[in-house]
Design a protein. Structure first.
Length: 540
């Protein structure tokens, strides 16, 4: 395995957030996660009723593809992001999480969408915070403030953002003077905490509340060092640990136990142990936890010496182990469904390898319903779109590769082919359902529909008496599209079917059912669940 560290910055990191009303946020998770995984993008995205918050990283085209996917939704059309580059992967896995808040304050009734303070552009920030009557507040956690902040800013010394509301009620610096509350300027890493904190301030009667647009990261991106009032470095929640002006990677190191930057002179302390503890967290872990951390550090050092990546097995490496290509499509399927069967047949012959997700119709996974709300199989999640019609999947697969010549390219032949399949999917399928499941349709039996369906089967038999297959001398997509439905009709009462005078049709069906191709598409898979290891279709 080769190293994931490059000499040149090739990993784009994009940070973004947007406060927007998302009443259906739970339904968005699966499709977003699938899209990120399909593009090999790693990081973390939070979804809540109040909006979206995320930081993702990967190859530049893939990160931009995810951002484009988000912005095509009218809810996220105004989404802005901040970019920086790194020469090593900032994240090792992709997570899309559902939260009550995209940034946890724990105060009901706070609406940044309607109540946030006034934006101040980075270019105007220095002038504002230099005014003597402005109280400047750093809303970040204490360990973030320790490594850098704006000159003259107040540090509330909070352990988490949820402690800020209590600090606001007690802060002497915020007390009114001569009956008037002070002007307040607030800032944070990317701007998201300030949207909530300024909304909080307005509920406390502060009328003039300002916040740095785009946060510290935007300020460091656009303000040159010689004009900056920023002192130190800015902590970021990824493997870079900190950034400086121009968003270049900083000098800070991370304690792998508490996930906070190492305090000054931490390595000289007897409480510091690489990968195990630092002076800040040493007293907060047990001996068992420290021993576990030591073993993890040992394995990491072994992996590093071999120039491999030890931190988990990334989703894409799991797919490689399953003999899946890097951008393998995801196929939601149900083994016995004739629509899903025809799609698998086309994918098989085309040589397109997919990640197979076998489902049960009684418990359809949220991931599939997110990708295709209509809730029927098959569903094929591609890198740039979702196909949820079986014929669309067949034609897409054959457009990628058609080694056996399944396509019906000639105009007259293709028109005839589509008409034959159209009858199958329309009137024949309607009679098939009523014949096979009469109780569903309040029928005493399905014999009348069996009789009605025979007209189509007789037509197929006549066609097969004239040629070996439905469109001529070789198997085509039409045979693959129709055979699963004829098979289902025959299996409803095989004795009756075999007794009919349809020799050509019966031989055609038997040949299909006894083929190696049929055995492969009918391979039994375990029912997929979220978190399951990827498995490949076709099976090895």
């Amino acid at each position: 395995m080769t190293s994931l560290i490059s000499d040149t910055p090739v990993y784009l990191t994009a940070a973004f957030y947007l406060f927007v009303d998302l009443p259906n946020y739970t339904e968005r998770r699966a499709a977003l996660l699938a899209f990120c995984e399909a593009h090999n993008v790693k990081g973390s995205i939070l979804l809540a009723n109040e909006g979206i918050n995320g930081t993702i990283a990967g190859a530049e085209p893939d990160v931009h593809a995810v951002l484009g996917y988000l912005r095509q939704d009218p809810k996220f059309s105004s989404l802005e992001h901040k970019e920086s580059f790194a020469n090593k992967p900032p994240f090792h896995r992709m997570k899309v999480r559902l939260k009550k808040e995209i940034v946890t304050m724990g105060v009901d009734g706070i609406s940044p969408t309607n109540m946030a303070g006034t934006y101040v552009k980075p270019e105007d920030w220095n002038a504002l915070i230099s005014e003597p009557d402005v109280v400047v507040i750093d809303t970040r956690n204490h360990y973030e403030v320790d490594i850098g902040t704006f000159k003259g800013a107040i540090d509330p010394k909070i352990q988490s953002f949820s402690q800020l509301p209590e600090w606001v009620t007690q802060a002497k610096s915020l007390e009114a003077k001569n009956g008037k509350k002070p002007r307040v300027a607030m800032f944070c890493t990317g701007g998201i905490r300030c949207e909530k904190s300024t909304a909080l301030m307005r509920t406390h009667g502060f009328d003039e509340v300002y916040h740095l647009q785009g946060g510290i990261l935007k300020y460091l991106e656009v303000i040159p060092p010689e004009k900056s009032l920023w002192e130190g470095e800015c902590f970021v929640f990824d493997e870079r640990v900190s950034v400086t002006h121009g968003l270049h990677e900083g000098s800070q190191e991370l304690c792998r136990c508490c996930r906070e930057p190492l305090p000054a002179d931490a390595k000289a302390s007897p409480l510091f142990e690489l990968g195990v503890s630092c002076p800040r967290c040493h007293a907060h872990t047990t001996d068992t936890q420290k021993n576990s951390a030591r073993e993890r550090q040992k394995q990491w050092e072994i992996a590093k010496s071999r120039q491999s990546d030890h931190i988990g097995i990334p989703q894409r490496q799991q797919k490689i182990k399953a003999l899946l290509p890097q951008d393998a499509p995801i196929l939601y399927s149900f083994r016995r469904c004739p629509y899903a069967m025809r799609a698998r047949l086309a994918l098989l012959v085309s040589g397109v390898r997919c990640e197979m997700r076998e489902i049960t119709l009684a418990h359809k996974p949220h991931n599939m319903l997110e990708a295709s709300p209509k809730g029927t199989v098959p569903v094929l999640v591609l890198k740039d779109r979702v196909l949820d019609q079986s014929l669309d999947i067949m034609h897409w697969a054959l457009a990628q590769n058609d080694p056996e010549g399944w396509s019906t390219d000639r105009q007259s032949l293709d028109t005839e082919a589509r008409a034959l399949v159209g009858i199958c999917d329309d009137s024949f399928k309607r009679h098939l359902d009523r014949y096979k499941y009469p109780n569903r349709y309040d029928l005493q039996d399905g014999l009348a529909d069996r009789e009605a369906g025979t007209a189509y089967l007789e037509h197929l038999n006549t066609q097969l008496m004239q040629s070996s297959f439905l469109m001529g001398a070789q198997w085509s997509w039409v045979d693959a599209a129709i055979a699963p439905f004829v098979r289902q009709f025959a299996r409803t009462d095989r004795v009756w079917f075999d007794a009919q005078a349809w020799t050509a049709l019966q031989n055609w069906l038997t040949q299909f059912e006894q083929s190696e191709r049929f055995n492969k598409v009918m391979h039994r898979y375990k029912i997929w669940h979220e978190g399951a290891k990827p498995v490949a279709f076709p099976p090895d």
